[in-house]
Design a protein. Structure first.
Length: 402
């Protein structure tokens, strides 16, 4: 008897149970509805939680967030006010006694920066974290921007109060002032970095003008990021930069602030990831429930059963008809050598003499006799082949029963 999959059995079984189809359909519908409900709840939880996943957000507790810095500032008496839209920022009455920090600043366009700088012109200070070229164009700043950080620590290298006596670890954006620029640059990479004329530093300070408040270009997000604030004096740099005023307005830029077609690079809305997750769960549930099944295994008589002895005898007849006794004797000897090696623990690939000595030691026969038997000349005819087969079989029995 053999075992095989019977596809038609499912049809017969289903036909014999008229209530099966009526029973399965409600189960499928209920399972899909349950998957949709679970996915929807997960999406709502992801969207509704107060903890943000935006990098450097004051409510983001992950390694990429800025919650640690925000809480330390709050403990020191600073009123930290988080805003997450440009409209909310414009609704703030920003004046003296307020510092504004903008994270995800690289997303903001030049036109938006001009509006933001006008809105925040009355603040004590505006801090832009790793801004791109759009901010420099809006500021008309005498600075050039250079991307790329270095692993070495950077000393302050300036007498600005926010940097004096401190060392910075990390940095992603450097700002290089032009000749005669009214800008102060701090934290240049050390180790003779400026030998080639590059005077770029990770922090640049622009004085107050009629168009904007004092601006700090902070090219080192590590001073705010949860995972890096403990390195070197990063935390001290962040606290000095953001904590000089009683109030800190923290604008965490989001994708909804970017006008359609005006973004510097494409960004996904917050609902994108939960929606994709919900669709993936739904599709997976449908695949599991609607996937084709082969049914149970059933016993069915095979058309032919061939015994091993018949196969061996047929192969022997083929060798006899071919008249190639030499080839047959070589096959017999090879099989015997393989089985003897396995029985005596002789490693594959060992020399013929090694196997000969092992068999002789096991059986007590002379090594020469063993060598002629398992490595000898091909059989000259059918009678010699039959004799050789018997001798090899006897040798294997002696080794097995030693």
């Amino acid at each position: 008897m053999g075992t095989m999959t019977a596809l038609d059995t499912d049809r017969v079984t289903a036909a014999s149970r008229p209530g099966a189809r009526r029973f399965l359909r409600p189960r499928v519908v209920l399972a899909v509805l349950a998957a949709l409900v679970v996915s929807g709840l997960a999406a709502l939880l992801l969207l509704g939680t107060r903890e943000s996943g935006t990098p450097l957000d004051p409510d983001n507790p992950s390694r990429s967030g800025g919650q640690a810095m925000a809480r330390v500032l709050a403990d020191q008496g600073v009123d930290v006010q988080a805003v997450r839209s440009r409209d909310a920022l414009q609704d703030k009455q920003i004046g003296q006694g307020t510092t504004v920090v903008v994270t995800q600043a690289q997303l903001v366009t030049t036109a938006m920066w001009r509006d933001v700088l006008r809105t925040t012109s009355g603040a004590d200070r505006v801090v832009l974290v790793a801004p791109g070229g759009a901010a420099l164009r809006a500021l008309d700043a005498p600075l050039s921007r250079r991307s790329g950080g270095f692993s070495d620590s950077s000393p302050a290298g300036c007498d600005a109060p926010l940097a004096r006596g401190l060392t910075l670890e990390g940095g992603t954006e450097r700002y290089d002032p032009s000749d005669g620029a009214d800008a102060q640059v701090c934290f240049r990479p050390g180790g003779g970095f400026g030998a080639g004329g590059d005077q770029g530093g990770y922090v640049a300070l622009l004085p107050r003008t009629a168009e904007h408040a004092e601006v700090v270009l902070l090219g080192a997000p590590e001073t705010i990021r949860n995972s890096d604030v403990r390195d070197a004096d990063n935390a001290a740099v962040g606290l000095r930069t953001l904590g000089q005023s009683p109030t800190l307005v923290w604008w965490s830029v989001s994708a909804t602030d970017i006008p359609a077609g005006d973004a510097d690079k494409p960004v996904f809305p917050r609902w994108f990831a939960p929606t994709v997750a919900m669709l993936a769960v739904t599709v997976l549930a449908l695949m599991v429930l609607r996937g084709r099944r082969l049914g149970r295994l059933v016993d069915e008589p095979l058309p032919v059963v061939v015994r091993a002895r018949e196969t061996t005898e047929s192969r022997g007849q083929l060798y006899r008809r071919s008249g190639d006794a030499g080839r047959a004797s070589a096959v017999l000897r090879s099989a015997t050598r393989r089985r003897l090696s396995r029985s005596l623990g002789v490693a594959p690939g060992s020399s013929p003499q090694t196997l000969t000595d092992a068999v002789a030691a096991s059986t007590g026969r002379a090594p020469g006799e063993i060598h002629d038997l398992i490595h000898g000349a091909p059989a000259a005819g059918d009678d010699a082949l039959v004799t050789l087969a018997g001798q090899l079989s006897q040798l294997e029995r002696e080794v097995r029963h030693r």
